[in-house]
Write a protein that binds this ligand. Structure first.
Ligand code: ZN
Length: 340
């Protein structure tokens, strides 16, 4: 695809976008109703000890009619199973709009696949006996994007889950990246026309080229503070424990109430890696990344601004900020007392 002209690229995108709005696959019906044995396997595997999933009395005590399925099990009820998986691998998969779309992409070199995000909305808890079905609509196909894995298209599907009465019980937005692994980025070189980051004059990699983090309503508090060059830590308003990365529920007391507290930006290196490969655009290599024990108690992963050879576990570090664009400012660490 590197030799394709802009016109070819647009024509290809038009071909892909003809799939937007189509049902990706026929309605899928769960092979089994929601049931306790599958719930038990799931919570054991996940280490989830919330009693409302297995203990009828405990579930009733919370005001429920009985045990419920963990919400993250949603997609497991609709999995196609081993036989359908084998059929797909041997080329016997049914001819569906999604299969045709993926074939088109594969023929154009976009053979790699990675799931990039998954948002789920639950309208009610699922109970044993619920018989689910799912419809899937192709809702968006992105223009060709440059990514750390190679150029590719993001494909978004919207899945709607219904119960045996036709009531919508959950919705899901699921996005994958189909990428061309043959054209993964070469080692980063400077992009013309953009000012280099003055704080790190080592080489020409342009931080504006970096893949952006996924900001959701659950973690935007942290990124919003970072835009103002403030490091904050999410704190449970009920039990007072700190947590990072941000999440909607306290893992200690299950409270949904939280507030943020300011952090000093000082800490010590708990561990680090010096990455050499794969080389993503916008980074200088070798790329030092540190896991820092913040003075307040949580840990934070960030770039290390300085000579990787000087890194050692336990060294004191302090934060500095780097603005990538109007939307994104991220911290990085440097050795205490060293100017960036
Ligand atoms: Zn708590």
């Amino acid at each position: 695809m590197t030799t394709a002209t802009a016109t070819d690229e647009r024509t290809f995108l038009d071909t892909l976008r003809a799939f937007v709005g189509q049902e990706a696959t026929p309605v899928r019906h769960a092979q089994e109703p929601v049931n306790r044995p599958m719930i038990r396997h799931f919570v054991e595997a996940m280490g989830d000890e919330n009693p409302v999933y297995l203990d009828e009395a405990a579930a009733v005590a919370t005001g429920r009619e009985g045990i419920v399925a963990p919400p993250p099990m949603l997609s497991t009820w609709l999995m196609v199973g081993y036989r359908a998986h084998l059929a797909a691998r041997s080329g016997d998969a049914p001819d569906t709009p999604m299969a045709r779309l993926l074939n088109l992409l594969a023929e154009a070199g976009f053979t790699g696949v990675v799931a990039t995000d998954d948002e789920q909305i639950y309208h009610r808890e699922l109970r044993p006996g619920d018989q689910l079905s799912m419809t899937t609509v192709i809702s968006d196909i992105s223009p060709r994007k440059r990514t750390a894995l190679g150029p590719g298209h993001f494909i978004t599907t919207r899945r709607t889950y219904r119960d045996q009465h036709g009531q919508v019980v959950a919705e899901q937005r699921f996005r994958i990246l189909r990428f061309n692994p043959q054209h993964a980025p070469a080692p980063a070189v400077g992009a013309p026309g953009r000012a280099p980051d003055p704080a790190r004059p080592v080489t020409g990699a342009d931080p504006a080229e970096r893949p952006k983090p996924f900001v959701t309503r659950d973690n935007e508090l942290w990124f919003a503070a970072a835009r103002q060059r403030r490091l904050v830590i999410q704190t449970c308003s009920d039990c007072g424990r700190l947590r990072h990365p941000p999440s909607p529920v306290c893992p200690h007391c299950r409270s949904f109430n939280w507030h943020e507290v300011p952090a000093s930006g000082r800490g010590t290196v708990h561990s680090y890696v010096i990455s050499h490969h794969p080389k993503a655009p916008g980074f200088d290599y070798p790329l030092p990344i540190v896991l820092v024990d913040l003075a307040e108690g949580t840990r934070l992963v960030a770039d290390f601004a300085g000579d990787p050879a000087g890194l050692r576990i336990g060294m004191p570090v302090e934060i500095e900020w780097l603005a990538y664009d109007d939307e994104l400012t991220l911290p990085r660490f440097r050795a205490v007392g060293e100017d960036a």
